[in-house]
Each structure stands twice: as C-alpha cells, then as structure tokens.
Ligand binder design. Structure first.
Ligand SMILES: Nc1ncnc2c1ncn2[C@@H]1O[C@H](COP(=O)(O)OP(=O)(O)OP(=O)(O)O)[C@@H](O)[C@H]1O
Length: 354
C-alpha cells in the first residue's frame, strides 16, 4: 500500500505541531521519521494511523481516503516503544490476539490461527517460545513478539513508534539489523519513528527529517548523510565541526586552509561556514597550509581515537577522529601543537544557523 500525505497541518491550541507536510511513501518502502524531540514525528505517525485528524490536508492510501474506522478493521499494524504484551497470556496467545477477537467470517479457524501464529513466531525467531509468558522473555524478545502480533492481522502497512527506544544499546543494534532483514523478506510498507540517527541511517530505505513540524529533507540514507540540504540536517546526522571563513569563486578559505566548493563557484565573496565531520579533520605535524591547534584530550574508543583540539587562532574547539594506526604513526600527545587540514566539507553560504 502506498501512502500519500498532502498538505497536512496540525495545531494543538496555539502550537503548530505540523506545517504543510507533503510526503509520498511508496509501496513496500521502509521509511524513518527522524527529528529532535517535539519535531512532530509521533503526531505525523498518528495522523497516518488515523488516530489523529489533521486540521487541513489529507492522507491517501492507494488512491482512496482511509478513515479511522477502516484503521480499526485491521489495516494497520502498530508497534510502540513499550511492547505492551498481555502479561497473563502466553506468547502464542499474544500473537493470536488480533485474530481471536475477530468475529463471524472474518475470524480464521483455530487451525489457521495456529498455523499463522507459528509461522510468525518462526519469522521473528521465537518459534520455541510460544508457551512462555512475557515476563519470561528479554526486552528484545518481547519487542519481536510485539512485531509478530502486529503482523498477525496481515496489515496493509506497519507503523512503529520508537520500537526499540526502551532497549539497551546492544539489543537495539541487533534488532535494527533484524528489522531490516525482516522487511527485506516481507516488504510491507512501514513507517517508523526514531530520534536515533544511526538507527534511521542503518535501517531505512528513505529518511524524512523533521524540524519544528516541517520537513527539512527527504532522501535515502546516503543522500541525507552525504548531501544534507541544510546545516540542521548536517548537524543532526552526526558530530560536526564548524569552521567560519569566506567563499570566493568556488573556494572556501578558512585561515590558510582552502577547500574546493564548486557548488559555490558563482559567488564572488561571501561569509560562509564549512561543516566538517570529525573524521574529515586531518592532523599534520608540519605547518604548511594548516590551521594551528593544540591537543587537549585524547580518547581511545576501540577502533578509533578521538582527539580534542583547540584552534590557536580562534580558540574554537575542534574534534578529529583518527584510526588507531594513523594515531600511532603521528605519535600525538596532549599539549602539543599540530596543524589541521580539511579533507572534505559541506560549505553553507547563506543560512548557516542551526
Ligand atoms: N495532544 C496534544 N496536545 C497538545 N500538544 C501536543 C499533543 N500531542 C503533541 N503535542 C505537542 O506537539 C509537539 C510535537 O509532538 P510529537 O509527539 O509529535 O513530537 P515528537 O517529534 O514525536 O517528539 P518525541 O521524540 O519527544 O516523541 C510537541 O511539542 C508536543 O508537546
């Protein structure tokens, strides 16, 4: 099922929670709604679900308006942050719930229900747990049951609100990979809310970045990460250093450091800010065309080493990430003066506020 969101606006009292949201979700796509707290992600998800009505605009499913009563008929599978399984029901009964409560000819036979539930439990790799109760499972396993339960009603689309939010980092990571694989297998149109950039980048086909109720950018993980449309997106998708300077005819000049910015070749001379990821800040021992900086702290984070530096010209703090090998070669120590170069930057000329 494809979902078309057209000119959706939503206010709560005086507060504009969503402004003119337009979004097309293709059939079978896995879409992440990503944004800081309060940016409107859950409101948008609830509008898609029919749990909230937009003030203006509409949501069209496969060319037909879907109202909330149709949602109740089981078009949508939900998974929330807290798995909310029924504690007094076994895992089997939990997954079967949505089918057991059906009535008349909509209710599958006992054997059909059994077959479908066991198939789903196999899909979420919990086939041997059907007799257990929720309190006998780990958080990650419970969340997988919640997903199986949502899928049991064969929804046309799946909505997930921070599905892994309540879990610890390691389990979150495992479930992410697992959700991606599951989606590749069943290809159900899915929308999930997250404020975790890594989760969105790793799992989804397409990311919608929301900021104060407006869509800031829509694109594949690769597009939003490598071609962020605004400083906000750049900042939101990872650690970043800001270097203030000027752009002159396709070159950003930051002190003695020059970075090519062909996209700004028509600009004669303007103030600009270069956004640079920590692993694109190069550290050199020699001074030639580098920005002098003093090493403040060195933290090893396993595979990488994070170096905090202070620019000597402006006093700004800069973060660089090196691979262990590079770090060993450079033989760096806190208190030393080194020189910074920018390997790659995204340069913004006009609106560089975040
Ligand atoms: N029922 C409501 N009544 C009043 N204000 C609301 C209501 N629901 C949401 N809001 C407000 O709308 C804004 C957007 O809320 P929403 O839950 O969509 O944000 P979010 O991006 O999902 O945030 P979070 O990541 O914190 O869950 C928030 O400022 C919130 O306080």
């Amino acid at each position: 099922m494809s979902i078309e969101i057209q000119n959706v606006n939503k206010r709560f009292g005086n507060f504009q929670a969503l402004s003119d949201v337009n979004l097309s979700i293709k059939h079978g796509e896995l879409v992440a709604l990503l944004g800081p707290s309060g940016s409107g992600k859950t409101t948008l998800l609830r509008i898609i679900a029919g749990l909230e009505t937009p003030d203006t605009g509409k949501v069209i499913f496969q060319d037909q308006d879907l109202n909330s009563s149709e949602v109740k008929n089981g078009e949508v599978g939900f998974v929330f942050q807290h798995y909310a399984l029924f504690r007094h029901m076994s895992i089997f009964e939990n997954v079967a719930f949505g089918l057991n409560v059906r009535s008349g000819k909509n209710k599958p036979s006992k054997d059909e229900i059994k077959e479908r539930v066991l198939k789903l439990l196999k899909l979420v790799q919990l086939e041997n747990f059907h007799n257990r109760y929720p309190n006998e499972l780990s958080g990650g396993q419970r969340q997988r049951v919640a997903l199986a339960r949502a899928l049991a009603i064969e929804p046309k689309f799946l909505l997930l609100d921070e599905p892994f939010g309540a879990l610890d980092a390691k389990v979150r990571k495992e479930l992410r990979t697992w959700l991606r694989r599951l989606h590749d297998e069943i290809h159900i149109t899915s929308v999930f809310v997250t404020h975790d950039q890594e989760e969105a980048l790793e799992v989804s086909d397409s990311i919608v970045i929301l900021r104060s109720g407006k869509i800031e950018q829509i694109g594949s993980p690769d597009e939003v990460y490598n071609k962020p449309k605004s400083p906000f997106v750049f900042h939101f998708l990872g650690d970043v250093n800001l270097f203030h300077g000027r752009v002159q005819e396709g070159k950003a000049k930051i002190g003695d450091v020059h970075v090519e910015t062909p996209e700004h070749s028509e600009i004669k001379d303007s103030e600009a800010v270069a956004y640079v990821r920590p692993y694109d800040v190069e550290i050199l021992r020699n001074a030639e065309n580098g920005i002098p900086a003093e090493i403040q702290y060195i933290h090893s984070t396993g595979r990488n080493v994070r170096i905090e530096l202070k620019r000597q010209d402006t006093g700004t703090l800069i973060e660089s990430v090196l691979e262990q090998e590079q770090y060993k070669e450079l033989n760096l120590l806190p208190g030393e003066t080194v020189y910074l170069r920018i390997r790659k930057a995204k340069v913004y000329v006009d609106d560089f506020s975040i």
